[in-house]
Design a protein around this ligand. Sequence first.
Ligand code: NDP
Length: 447
Amino acid sequence: MSNPVDEFMARIIAKNPGEVEFHQAVREVTESLMPFILENPKYRSAKILERMAEPERVILFRVPWVDDKGEIQVNKGYRIEMNSAIGPYKGGLRFHPTVNLGILKFLAFEQVLKNSLTTLPMGGGKGGSDFDPKEKSDNEVMRFCQSFMTELFRHVGANTDVPAGDIGVGGREIGFLFGQYKRLRNEFTGVLTGKGLEWGGSLIRLEATGYGQVYFAEEMLNTRGDSLKGKICSVSGSGNVAQFATEKAIQMGAKVVTLSDSNGYIYDPDGINEEKLAFVKNLKNVKRGRIKEYADKYGCTYVDGKSTPWDVPCQVALPSATQNEISGADAELLVKNGCFVVSEGANMPSTPEAVNVFLNHKILFGPGKAANAGGVATSGLEMTQNSMRLSWSREEVDNRLHRIMKEIHATCVKYGTRKDGFINYVDGANIGGFVKVAEAMLAQGVV
Ligand code: NDP
């Protein structure tokens, strides 16, 4: 075996058996980075990539709690503290039955590069549980969150590790987690981001991932003298990221025609307007219902049993649900139907086959670690406001977010522009994110 990527990956796979999503994420990054590392032997001899692929610390714990029937339930709890070279560990918590060590390690690995790209001083981490908040009462969610934090509190802190939300962890869960941390530590600090506005949260944090994803799409379109105005967009998911990607895309003059959840997708050829989006927000954030109810209310198409809308023709795809939701065949179909912009709100929603299709067709493809970095960037802004004990206005935070997305885009252009002028945003994001972390690791010695 002479290919250095294959050699490197053989070691990763042997050391981390069965963690397929982690292998996938590391391979994608390694393929981008290997030529750059070979050109810069200082990174190779210091084994920077080997060290980045090994978490600094993995915490695994039991989360016992009592449900409404008085029955004891036991879940798994995780926190991956991946890399702290440029700042405290930072990254979300995911509560979903599919959560396992490999998925969280992939997310934590991506998070390190993403956080570096934001230009803010944040290391990378990720955590969560196989707990499913769906169809649980508020009291059950509270008891679970309290039990989860009763172990996690000893590992996190405003200068150590600052978790946030992700799939299944929204404002309600962050509130319960923060309350328990404060009670155990007897201190009010910015240990979590995504907090409520009355108790240390930042304006725009809720909107930031989806808004940033759309700002990134606009930046990519600008490189071809184009814009989102008048474009047909397909969004997958209907959670936090999907809702605010839809909101910003509408504001920028695009027409969003799809949304989905794990049961199916809706197709509304008239476009989702502000009123319909308000219905979705209430349906998903308050009633906690299914997206099918949108089709029932507005009389549009609902496709049951298919959670991805990629067979609907669009020019811009905004995948905003989960990993590996665009297969190679989906990608072929998207491109065939005229899609030429993909800006990833979810983490790693495109399979490696799908990424190859997008790159081979030279469409504008913004990978998640660049396109969805607005969420964690605004978490960084929340941390800054907490440290300064003040709150910036909505406009101030949104302007900063917009500026950061432009900077991330510029970094991708700097490191990803090929000789023929094509911008490979995958390479751009991977190399751009890597350099800052690698330099910090070199400076800090073998730790
Ligand atoms: P939410 O829990 O708010 O929403 C997730 C949405 O995706 C729901 O509509 C959910 O449907 C759907 N979904 C989740 N898992 C699956 C699955 N296995 N198959 C089909 N549909 C699924 O999460 P977020 O919006 O916060 O996160 C979405 C994505 O964005 C994730 O990949 C996350 O890592 C990423 N992300 C989120 C950030 C944030 O700030 N929140 C920041 C950066 C990235 P259902 O309700 O039926 O489960």
